[in-house]
Design a protein around this ligand. Structure first.
Ligand SMILES: Cc1cc2nc3c(=O)[nH]c(=O)nc-3n(C[C@H](O)[C@H](O)[C@H](O)COP(=O)(O)OP(=O)(O)OC[C@H]3O[C@@H](n4cnc5c(N)ncnc54)[C@H](O)[C@@H]3O)c2cc1C
Length: 273
């Protein structure tokens, strides 16, 4: 049998490759980027169910080493009034609970684990098309190379090329009306206890932050508004986004403006789909 071609080295692609390996099948992962992936600068929170899924693939512990644990969620409204606090518990005593880590780090750890267990991860391979060949499928990449396999698995994310290969009329992802900003700030007030995720929800904005073990504040903001086009995202400098966000949060009774102001170049923007 030929290898199973997995397109996309993100969460789904690496998890698929690990599961195929566990089942004794040979997988090769093709990832478009040389390192990282789409939105690689942003961070994410893996919930207890996500960590449980990773535990099934024997990867929960290595993923946890790449991030830091969260134990409490504190919710406030836009006025800063606390609405509640909830423990973020682990799904099973032997599995790490909620984790916060950079998307690029999650991809790196999972791709390294796939490679460590003997599968090939080929980076810089962007699938442009796929076609049936005798006994399987051929994947063709933007650098002109190709690979043959028995089966092709599309794990290439929101704007999947594989999806359009299978169904050229597949719908495009739909913008859901929220602009999302991420950043990392040093020496931001109010700081706080490591492991607490603070989320403030207003009617048109949400802001969340947590403090990592080195004392840096990781934050995100969601603003209701029109989709920001790719050219503007690529062409706008962090200080401009910072100024825009400070204007949104100035005067608010939550610490968002100060945290945004303490952010340097590490400020990322995306649209929610
Ligand atoms: C702003 C934002 C915040 C989020 N926050 C959270 C969170 O806190 N917690 C959570 O659990 N989830 C969160 N999510 C959702 C989570 O990121 C997705 O569910 C998850 O990344 C989907 O995994 P995936 O493998 O399908 O896609 P991705 O993780 O996007 O991976 C797709 C991979 O395919 C690669 N690729 C794309 N096209 C090609 C191609 N043609 N050829 C080869 N490779 C290709 C990409 O480079 C990428 O590495 C968030 C999503 C967004 C957008």
């Amino acid at each position: 049998m030929g290898p199973i071609l997995v397109v996309g080295g993100g969460v789904a692609g690496t998890a698929t490759a690990l599961a195929l390996q566990q089942a004794g099948l040979q997988a090769t992962v093709f990832e478009a980027y040389a390192c990282g992936g789409d939105d690689a600068g942003a961070f994410l929170t893996l919930g207890a169910n996500g960590m449980l899924a990773l535990a099934e693939l024997d990867t929960a512990d290595v993923v946890a080493e790449g991030g830091f644990g969260l134990h409490t969620l504190e919710l406030t409204d836009a006025e800063g009034t606390q609405l509640g606090a909830r423990p973020l518990t682990s799904a099973r005593p032997d599995v790490p609970g909620y984790q916060c880590l950079r998307r690029s780090e999650l991809y790196r750890v999972l791709q390294a684990e796939v490679a460590r267990r003997g599968a090939v991860v080929e980076r810089g391979k962007r699938l442009v098309r796929a076609e049936p060949v005798d006994g399987g499928v051929r994947a063709v990449f933007s650098d002109g190379t190709s690979a043959d396999g028995e089966l092709l698995v599309g794990a290439d994310g929101l704007r999947s090329t594989v999806r359009t290969v299978i169904d050229s009329a597949a719908p495009e992802p739909r913008y859901v009306g929220a602009q999302v900003f991420y950043g990392y700030a040093s020496d931001a007030e109010p700081g706080g206890e490591v492991g607490v995720l603070h989320i403030m929800r207003g009617s048109t904005t949400a802001f969340g932050y947590t403090v990592d073990p080195e004392g840096r504040t990781w934050w995100f903001a969601r603003l209701r508004g029109p989709e920001i086009d790719r050219a503007r995202i690529a062409g706008t400098r962090p200080q401009q986004w910072r100024a825009d966000l400070e204007a949104v949060f100035r005067g608010a009774r939550i610490p968002a403006a100060g945290i945004v102001a303490a952010t340097g170049q590490e400020l990322f923007v995306t649209n929610a789909h």
